[in-house]
Structures are given as C-alpha cells and as structure tokens.
Design a binder for this molecule. Structure first.
Ligand code: ADP
Ligand code: MG
Length: 527
C-alpha cells in the first residue's frame, strides 16, 4: 500500500513525501482509514511502529485552518513525548498551515499561555499541565473535535488515570476519540468502554517484544569493574550514538562525569534537571553534538532518536518492561543496534526474568582487556590519520604550518614525529584518569536460572555461560573474521569518522534470516 491510497488531502500527502515516508506502516495502514471515516479507534502496536503519524495524519487532515480554534487535543505522558509529537505533527501540517503547540510542566506556564493565545489548532500536552491550563481558563476545550490519548499505557503507569479522566470529562462529548498504546492492560480497555463510542480495536501483533534488529548481549561483571568494562567496550565497539542507562540520578551524574573525564562527549538527563536543559541535551544528542546520552529510565522513555547504535544497561533494570523500553531506543526505523546489559553476579536472576518476558536469550560477552581496548583505539587513530590525509579540506589547512613543519622535519626523524602524533591521539590505558563510581545497592537477590522457553532450572543460564566461554567477546573473533562479520550502520559517520572496519570482529555473527520477523520502518535511504 502507498500513502496515496489513503485518501489524505494533497497538502498532507506532500508533507509525508517530504518526510521521506514511502509506505504506511501496518498500524498506519489500518487505523488511518478508520480515523478518516470519523470512527473512534484504539490502536495497539509496538513502540517505533509509527503511531504518531497514525493518529497525526487523519487529525491534521480534519483541521480547518481558517478557523482559529483548538480542534484537536493530544494527551501525552511526558514532556519529551509531547515535544516529539508536536514536532512530528508540525512537520506534517506545515504545508497546510496547521498550528501545533505543546504544553508541559517544568517550563514557564505564562509563555505557554502566550503561545496558545497566539493561535493553536492542535495542542499536545502532559496531563498535569493541561489541567493547570484548563483551570486557568487558558485552554478552551469547547471546540475540540478530536481527542487523542497517546502512549496510554505509559500514562497509566505514571499514575495519570485521574488526570486523564478529568480532562476527558471536559472535552465535548460530540467528538472523535483515538487511543494509542503499545500494550492494552485492563485499565485501558476500561477507558475505551467508558469514554469512546464503539471503538474499532486495531492490534498489530508484535512478533517479538524486542526488535529483531537489536542484538542483545549481557556481561557478567563485578560492580566495581563495571565502569572500566564499559569504556573498554566502547573503545572496541566505537558506538556512533549510544545511550547508557543508570538506575539512579546520582548514578547518571557520576557516569556522565566519568565518561567526560575519559574524553567522551557525554551528557546526562534525569528528572532533577530543569526542562530546558533536558530538551537542549536531547536536541544536541539528536544533532550529533553529543555521542553518549546517560539517562534514567523515566528520562528516556519513548524518546525517538534515530541512529542510536548501542544501548548500555550499566545497571540491569529491576522490572523487565523497563528493559524492553530501554533497548527499544536502538534498532529503530529498520536500523540495526546492540544492547549490552551489565549484570553483577548476584543479579543474574534478573537476566532470566527479562528473558522470560522477551522470549529472547541474551548472548554472553567477555570484558575486553585494557590491551584490546588500546589496540582498537590505535586502529581508529590510524584510520583517521589515513582519512584525514585524503581530505582536501584538511590538507588545505596544512599550508599555514609549512615553515614550522620544515623546521620540525630537520630536528626530528619521521618516526619520532609519527610517535608523537600517535601518543597525542591515542589515550593510553596506563595514564587514563581513574573513575570511581559510588556503589549502588544491588537489586535484591533473585535466584538465577529459569530462562525462557521452559528450559527452566539451572539449564537456563547455564547454556548462556557456555555460550560465553565459547562465543563471547574473544571466542568469536576468528569465526567472525572468517565470516567477514562486518556490520554497517546506516547513520553516516561524523567527521571523526567511525565506520570502523573491525566492528563485527568480536560479535557472534547473526544469521540474517532472523531479521525477517516483525515490521520495521525503512528510512528513505534504506533499500
Ligand atoms: P511509536 O509512537 O509507535 O513508538 P513513532 O510515531 O515515534 O512510533 O515513529 C517512530 C519513527 O518512525 C519516527 O521517527 C517516525 O518519523 C518514523 N516513521 C513513522 N511512520 C513511518 C513510515 N510510514 N515510514 C517511515 N518512517 C516512519
Ligand atoms: Mg508514540
């Protein structure tokens, strides 16, 4: 099916084409026609499957821009998600001239009131702030024709049920209601019954809870060795863009500081940060100004950032749903990704619990040694030198140093000069700044074993450990070399280029047939 088959108006279609969407995703294909007919719709599909456009396109289609009234209201769980939806709606409604505003807590309400006064056709907001604005009579709901509950399960998880009910009760009854959610717990079905008119329930079956494009690994490591292990892995993996998850705000701050100390462009986000700072960091991350985003679960929920190649679970999440959400931050829009979960020995039981939910076994990895990390960094540096020398723009700059270079060449041998360049470029593990990360209380002990699929008992993780010994970081190296186990990441390297040729070396090679399950959204550039 094509977007042109969906009967969307011309100006919306042109925006969809401009966004590079070639084909509607299954949830879009099934819900957009219903929504255009004016039906109430409950849409259920995994994260990353395009639910925003599923409700966004038909809603934008309905808006009458000549009327200066708020005609649609989107309720979203977090500030980040509200902003994200607002941006996506704005993008698709721009040609048509639809005004989309977002409102959320932690940011000046006066400014938001002003923005609303200057005109809005669609408002996207978090429950608390929406209620505030309604109470202050700054948000008029009497013209709303479309009400959307986005990421409904998240909103309930966050305890917004009462707020949502309070908002819904103030929206005219004569309306269309659309509800989108990744999962459908009873409480959400109840909302459907209570507040919707004969809703059509569209469910896109998730083949797997976790994206097939994400290779999932775990590393068994003592708490006090986690940080060094992670930075070594990063040296070897050379992630393009990565997210590191920490259990607490303090953890996030400390990891961020440690990563910066070791020369990474890292920033942390968590609930204590003021809103503008958080948004700025997320924007910088999306733009590639930051390579590593360190985050708590709450701060990173639902963020749609393309090109995240690696998720590091510095702390294993206590509840398995968080794990699914975390690793859902990578492998988006058809790209491939990796997740690496650090598990301290007494937390091994949690691994089985997660695998029980995801029905997917994580592969064991071994920690790279300091030497291996160093070798990788050297390779990267050598590649960079080669590439820089081939770069006209960089060579053009050489002229400025001509005289000094001639002098240096008389004073030192080429080898000495090369040694000097390398020693400046490659950080030596011996002299790397020490980083201490304060101990977090480990999760309460859960007996291990009992992986998914009825393997049960000791068999569960036992096989994983076997895997670890055979496969894992070192063991698979040769095999993958033979396989030419290189993986290309779609996101093109930044200037300090990282299309690292040895990327696949240490990873168990994954059969490509595993990829066929599940819908993946393809980007413009993809085949
Ligand atoms: P969800 O709400 O289901 O988690 P999103 O609406 O955030 O998913 O969409 C995930 C990403 O996929 C976004 O970057 C979005 O722009 C992109 N996307 C959505 N629909 C399509 C499509 N039909 N073709 C290509 N990309 C799409
Ligand atoms: Mg969404």
């Amino acid at each position: 099916m094509k977007f042109t088959d969906l009967n969307l108006s011309e100006d919306i279609q042109s925006a969809v084409v401009a966004a590079g969407f070639e084909q509607p995703s299954p949830i879009q294909e099934l819900t957009i026609p219903l929504a255009l007919e004016g039906k109430d719709v409950i849409g259920q599909a995994q994260t990353g499957t395009g639910k925003t456009a599923a409700f966004g396109l038909p809603t934008l289609d309905k808006i009458r821009t000549e009327e200066n009234t708020i005609q649609a209201l989107v309720i979203a769980p977090t500030r980040e998600l509200a902003v994200q939806s607002q941006e996506e709606l704005f993008r698709f409604g721009r040609d048509k001239g639809v005004k989309v505003r977002s409102v959320y807590g932690g940011s000046s309400i006066e400014k938001q009131i002003k923005a609303l006064r200057s005109g809005a056709h669609i408002v996207v907001g978090t429950p608390g702030r929406l209620l505030d604005l309604i109470k202050r009579k700054a948000l008029k709901l009497n013209n709303i024709e479309t009400l959307i509950l986005d990421e409904a399960d998240e909103m309930l998880n966050m305890g917004f049920l009462e707020d949502i009910e309070a908002i819904i009760s103030r929206v005219p009854e004569e309306r269309q209601t659309l509800l989108f959610s990744a999962t459908m717990p009873d409480a959400i079905k109840r909302i459907g019954v209570q507040f919707m008119k004969d809703p059509e329930h569209v469910k896109i079956k998730a083949k797997e809870l976790t994206n097939v494009n994400v290779d999932q690994y775990f590393i068994r490591v003592k708490e006090q060795e986690k940080f060094d292990t992670m930075t070594r892995l990063m040296d070897v993996d050379q992630p393009e863009l990565s997210i590191v998850f920490g259990r607490t705000k303090r953890r996030v701050d400390e990891l961020t500081r440690g990563l910066k100390l070791r020369g990474s462009r890292a920033e942390g986000i968590h609930g204590d940060l003021d809103q503008n700072k958080r948004l700025r960091i997320i924007r910088d991350f999306k733009n590639g100004q930051i390579d590593i985003l360190v985050a708590t679960d709450v701060a990173a929920r639902g963020l749609d950032i393309s090109g995240v190649t690696h998720v590091y679970n510095y702390d294993i999440p206590q509840d398995p749903e968080s794990y699914v959400h975390r690793i859902g931050r990578t492998g988006r829009a058809g790209q491939s990704g990796q997740s690496i979960t650090f598990v301290s020995p007494n937390e091994m039981g949690y691994l089985g619990i997660i695998e029980n939910l995801t029905k997917k076994r994580m592969k064991g990895l071994k920690s790279p040694t300091a030497q291996e990390a160093f070798q990788s960094k050297k390779k990267v540096a050598l590649k960079k030198i080669e590439r820089d020398f081939a770069d006209e723009a960089i060579r053009a700059n050489f002229d400025k140093f001509k005289d000094d270079a001639v002098k240096l060449a008389q004073e030192f041998t080429p080898e000495e000069l090369a040694l000097y360049i390398l020693s400046l470029t490659v950080q030596d593990p011996e002299t790397m700044p020490e980083v201490e990360i304060a101990r977090e209380k480990p999760l309460p002990f859960k007996p291990s074993g009992g992986g998914f699929g009825g393997k049960g008992g000791k068999g569960g993780r036992g096989r994983g450990r076997d895997n670890n010994r055979r496969g894992g970081y070192r063991g698979d190296r040769n095999r993958d070399d033979r396989d030419g186990g290189r993986r290309d990441f779609k996101r093109k390297s930044k200037n300090n280029s990282r299309d690292f040729e040895n990327r696949g070396n240490k990873r168990p090679h994954r059969a490509s047939s595993e990829k066929k399950n599940g819908f993946v959204i393809r980007n413009k550039g993809d085949k």
